[in-house]
Design a protein around this ligand. Structure first.
Ligand code: PEP
Ligand code: MN
Length: 362
């Protein structure tokens, strides 16, 4: 349930509500701060009597959260989640472009492509150091060595970096090197991993599994949010269907659906969604038109030599052209693509502005 306090609610009366919720065996802690206090009571709500809370001083309204995902729902937080990571903003009017190779293959390969992506207009650098491959005999990633190159690329370009983590035990170490963790499609429902990432408090992008429903996906986001880690990004990367001409089927529906049900920002990954560089541009344009908050695109200097996913990787020049082609589409839906990661929040919004939200679990 959600307890909305009056705008001028006194600290004493807010505390009284928190105490009542805690007395019912719930844990209470603040999430965001601003004008008015909203207390989210997450769980089945049976431990707390709604009518009793509704009669308390300075309580304006008490509403149930009808969805099984609570902190991820728009009912819980009506305004869009916007946050900044290393100079880039996720969510809001400015679209966020993440780009880079599927895998970190070596120091010079990464540094070269990182500069090329920045030059083309990317705001965040991607690169896998731990690769979830179908075959155990395929390249599995450079591991910590790859993370060191990502950190060096960030230092040189100023771009924040995102990388996939697969092993819960490695989460603290990966956090030392990168700005955003990525949960890959194959690990969407790896609850041990989601809990470890939730506990880390590190920003994370949660990819939708190729067979995951929206409900399952948002419940996975809820795992992370349940640890009060609020910097969660959703990512639609294509789902499995009958089609064999493309690697996956880009579910463009997922964008407006997720936007309606959740306040979390959503990034589209047209590279994995199509699996072929020829179709990446069209899917990217559809994603922006549908309201995505940004894109993740695989870019490689020599796609035919890439150690993974070369078939779906754009060369830097094509990537740059695509960003230029996306600008008018972004403008048509009231969005912008800034030329650099430095000026991201032109609408003057403060990250996570809005109501003060506190959470209790029952
Ligand atoms: C990737 O981003 O390189 C990746 C492996 O993506 P996904 O988990 O969506 O397949
Ligand atoms: Mn890939």
């Amino acid at each position: 349930m959600i307890v909305v306090m009056k705008t001028q609610a006194t600290q004493e009366n807010i505390q009284a509500v928190l105490d009542r919720v805690e007395a019912a065996g719930c844990k209470v802690h603040p999430i965001v701060g601003a004008e008015r206090t909203v207390i989210g009571v997450i769980g089945d709500g049976t431990a707390v009597d709604r009518r009793q809370i509704g009669r308390m001083k300075d309580v304006e309204n008490v509403m149930p959260i009808t969805k099984p995902y609570k902190a991820a729902s728009r009912e819980f937080k009506p305004e869009d989640t916007i946050f900044s990571v290393g100079g880039a903003t996720i969510g809001g009017r400015q679209l966020t472009i993440m780009a880079g190779p599927c895998a970190v293959e070596g120091r010079s390969q990464l540094l070269e492509i990182a500069h090329a992506c920045k030059e083309a207009g990317a705001h965040i650098l991607r690169g896998g150091a731990y690769k979830p491959r179908t075959s155990p005999y395929s390249f599995q990633g450079l591991g910590e060595e790859g993370l060191r190159y990502l950190a060096e690329a960030r230092e040189q370009t100023g771009l924040p970096v995102i990388t996939e983590v697969m092993d819960p035990a490695l989460v603290p170490m990966v956090c030392e090197y990168v700005d955003i963790l990525q949960v890959g499609a194959r690990n969407m429902q790896n609850y041990t991993l989601l809990n470890a990432i939730g506990r880390s408090g590190h920003p994370v992008m949660l990819k939708r599994s190729m067979i995951g429903t929206t409900l399952e996906w948002l419940m996975c986001a809820e795992y992370i949010l349940s640890h009060e880690n609020n910097r969660v990004i959703l990512c639609e990367r294509g789902i499995r269907a009958n089609e064999t001409e493309t690697r996956n089927t880009f579910d463009v529906n997922a964008i407006p659906v997720a936007k309606q049900l959740s306040h979390l920002p959503i990034i589209a990954d047209p590279s994995h969604a199509t699996g072929r560089w020829e179709y990446v541009g069209a899917a990217a344009k559809a994603a922006v038109a549908a309201g995505a908050d940004g894109l993740m695109i695989e870019v490689h200097q020599q796609p035919d030599q890439a150690w993974s996913d070369g078939r779906q990787s754009l060369k830097p020049a094509k990537f740059k052209r695509l960003i230029d082609e996306l600008r008018p589409i972004a403008a048509a839906v009231g969005r912008e693509i800034s030329g650099s990661s430095q000026v991201m929040n032109l609408n003057g919004q403060q990250p996570d502005s809005g109501q003060k939200v506190m959470v209790a679990r029952v």
